[in-house]
Design a protein around this ligand. Structure first.
Ligand code: PEP
Length: 238
């Protein structure tokens, strides 16, 4: 079964989340695709209530601690009680805009598991790293950092998202995706049975081709997940 996940980033407050789900009607998909949406934390409860049966809801980011003096943060436990069952960890915007380290990413995986959330860990290289021939080194390092906590996870997913393809309109070729997914799977070793999603400018027009690529178990979609019709077309492509 393919996974089609939407990352709404800092879009879609509660009213918009509710309006999205009134137009998102995945009834015809049946059991052939697993649909997940990651709304902003303030919209989790509304999204959970408005989403059709079978659509899973996840939180985009969590703090490693369960509670405390961390103004502005959301814990895994809070996200869970607001309706999340998955957590996105280590998205490239967390790593590159907010300076999140591999150690922090590992701490967030542990926190998500403690609260019973399924981690979806994002990995991927920058354009400079790719050009310098460091694709394998970067993916190995990012996977290695979360391998120990993931070893205890009942289930998890990885999203391979080349940083140069996120929100840029540039997409990896199906061959690029297949190569990177194979590297991630190798780095995961005995955990390599987990689904590995591709992310980076996935649209209705390229989703089918990417998901048909060897080792690509689904997609993580940013921009194109904000429109119910285009997100539905991507889910149909699965
Ligand atoms: C993302 O946010 O994870 C992403 C891949 O964004 P986009 O599809 O807009 O490139």
């Amino acid at each position: 079964m393919k996974v089609v996940a939407g990352n709404w980033k800092m879009h879609m407050g509660p009213d918009e989340a509710s309006a999205f789900f009134s137009r998102f009607t995945p009834d015809a998909l049946g059991d052939s695709v697993r649909v997940v949406v990651f709304p902003p934390a303030v919209s989790l409860r509304t999204a959970r209530a408005a989403a059709p049966k079978g659509v899973e809801i996840g939180v985009q980011n969590i703090h490693p601690e369960p509670s405390g003096a961390f103004t502005g943060e959301t814990s895994a436990e809070m996200a869970r009680s607001a309706g999340a069952s998955l957590v996105l960890v280590g998205h490239s915007e967390r790593r590159h805009v907010f300076g999140e380290t591999d150690e922090e990413t590992a701490g967030k995986v542990r926190a998500g598991l403690r609260a019973g959330l399924i981690p979806v860990v994002c990995v991927g290289e920058t354009l400079d790293q790719r050009r310098a021939g460091k694709l394998e080194t970067v993916l190995r390092r990012q996977v290695e950092a979360v391998r120990a906590p993931l070893g205890d996870a009942p289930s998890f997913m990885i999203a391979y998202e080349p940083v140069w393809a996120i929100g840029t309109g540039e997409t990896a070729t199906p061959e690029d995706a297949a190569e990177a997914h194979a590297l991630v799977r190798e780095a995961l070793g005995d955990l390599g049975g987990a689904p590995i999603l591709y992310g980076g400018s996935v649209k209705p027009g390229n989703a089918g081709e990417l998901m048909a690529s060897p080792g690509v178990d689904g997609v993580l979609v940013g921009g194109a997940s904000l429109d119910p019709e285009s997100f539905l077309r991507i889910a149909e492509a699965a």
